[in-house]
Design a protein around this ligand. Structure first.
Ligand code: ADP
Ligand code: MG
Length: 479
């Protein structure tokens, strides 16, 4: 048994998904040509003034409420002064005293699978810096300021994380939450979600924390785990040799699976923080906080239990459903619309849709696939009108926007007598056979829905016209 224990605190940077930057109107889109999205404000030109993007306030409050934190009624921006080539103003606008979010917690499972609360110290708003791109080939460093001024929410945990596994669970929980709330796109390759891991070790039983090192800017769950493990062992080895730990910032090198010193660590007072005179304090009314609270989606923890106990979804399935609010809404709607039992709906979704999203790195909300169409296709599968392979081809065609959805489906369905068996089959048939009228509906002639109802009723005598009408409208609205 080791006589050492590790202590970890994470600082997570989540890029808030806004169209424009936190203090200027330039776009936050990723991947544009260097310096094409940096305005005078982002460049720190004399005489320019920052103007706060209101939507970052809302997103920070959403996060705060979701972790049971206190939202500040008055929050202020401060200048964090330091010189770095990718920071043209020579200070970063951040928050020190009165951050927008204080306290709160995230619950994870510890190594004994018991629930453990990780307290959150604070979450504050700040602007990102630009990027230095070092070129060995040309022996120079390029500066790209497109990222300068991108809004970040920095989420700081208490030093309460016991090991690398807990650190990863904590980070995943936060990742899940910010993407679920739709306040951050969570894209780790593009750096929209990254963390600094603070690591120290101490003798088991010691009350005081050991000296920490900070592992900077890690943007994958796997590397967080590896970097922390390496760092814990490095510190234990030093201490066992009777040496001291130097408080410093270190970089993790994924190729060598080791960390190396980057710079000695500044203390807060080295940054000469002071309130930014260009920005007024933000005053947040209780009424506004309540409005946001009332519009928050049901939180993942609650939904998790609901899916598990009511529908018997597997934990893997639930994690996928809750990883993206668009998937969550899609599944919820599909469950309520479809006559097929929820577990089967989700099984179909995983094998037929999610596998495609995952394999081809696609986002559900970027596709033309509407939930009504998904349900219609499930019914066609269950009634053996199309095969699973057909289903996949139909989905591919919808994704590639080949033809209208109805034409696509029509071209795959067997137009047999059996279509008349169910009213749904009839509705589908009538819609797919009258594309001209569908176009008319789409162009605003909504009265034409009566035409479809009439056609369906001709072959489905005794069926309920209102329900038929509603179903037809749903499909027409979704194509
Ligand atoms: P900064 O790194 O910006 O100076 P803080 O001093 O507030 O900011 O600490 C940042 C993070 O370091 C927090 O998540 C905190 O929990 C963690 N931390 C502080 N001291 C230790 C320590 N001795 N061991 C491990 N983590 C620590
Ligand atoms: Mg730090």
């Amino acid at each position: 048994m080791s006589k050492w224990e590790s202590v970890i605190g994470l600082e997570i940077h989540a890029q808030l998904s806004t169209k424009s930057k936190i203090f200027s109107a330039s776009s936050t889109l990723y991947g544009k040509d260097p310096n094409k999205q940096a305005s005078y404000v982002d460049l720190g030109m004399p005489g320019t003034l920052p103007v706060l993007n209101k939507s970052v306030i809302k997103k920070a409050i959403q996060f705060g409420l979701a972790i049971n934190a206190k939202i500040a009624n008055k929050s202020i921006f401060a200048r964090k002064n330091y010189f770095y080539p990718d920071l043209p103003k020579n200070y970063q606008i951040s928050q020190l005293d009165s951050p927008i979010v204080e306290g709160g917690y995230i619950e994870i499972k510890d190594s004994n699978n018991q629930n453990k609360k990780i307290n959150i110290t604070r979450a504050h708003l700040e602007e990102d810096a630009g990027k230095s791109i070092h070129s060995n080939e040309n022996n120079c460093t390029y500066i790209d300021l497109n990222r300068a001024g991108t809004p970040l929410l920095e989420i700081v945990s208490e030093p309460e994380i016991a090991n690398s596994k807990e650190a990863v669970s904590y980070m995943k929980k936060i990742h899940n939450l910010v993407t679920y709330l739709d306040i951050c796109d969570g894209n780790m390759q593009e750096g929209s979600f990254r963390c600094d891991a603070n690591v120290s070790v101490r003798k088991i039983g010691d009350k005081n924390l050991g000296t920490r090192t900070e592992l900077k800017n890690i943007n994958s769950f796997k590397f967080v785990e590896k970097a922390i493990n390496y760092e814990i062992q490095r510190q234990i080895d030093l201490l066992e040799d009777g040496k001291n730990i130097i408080q410093e910032t270190r970089l993790y090198d994924e190729n060598k699976d080791s960390t190396k010193s980057m710079r000695s660590k500044e203390e807060a007072n080295d940054y000469r923080y002071f309130p930014d005179p260009d920005l007024l304090p933000i005053e947040i009314e209780e009424k506004y906080i309540m409005e946001i609270k009332n519009s928050l989606p049901e939180l993942p923890e609650i939904k998790f239990e609901y899916y598990k106990s009511n529908y018997n979804f597997s934990e893997d399935q639930i994690n996928i459903i809750l990883s993206d609010i668009y998937i969550t809404n899609f599944i919820d709607q599909a469950i309520s619309l479809s006559k097929i039992e929820p577990k089967r709906v989700v099984n179909y979704f995983m094998s037929l849709i999610y596998s495609k999203l995952n394999k081809e790195k696609l986002k559900l909300h970027k596709s033309e696939l509407k939930v009504e169409i998904f349900c219609l296709l499930l019914e066609l599968i269950e009634n053996k009108k199309i095969t699973k392979n057909n289903f996949k081809n139909i989905i591919d065609s919808i994704w590639n926007k080949k033809n209208g959805v109805n034409e696509i489906i029509k071209s795959y369905t067997t137009d047999s007598e059996e279509d008349n068996d169910s009213v749904d089959g009839l509705i589908h048939k009538v819609i797919s056979q009258n594309t001209k009228q569908v176009e008319e509906y789409k162009s605003g002639k909504t009265k034409i829905v009566g035409f479809f109802v009439g056609r369906v009723l001709k072959d489905a005598k005794g069926a309920d016209p209102t329900s038929i009408k509603n179903k037809i409208i749903k499909i027409l609205e979704s194509v």
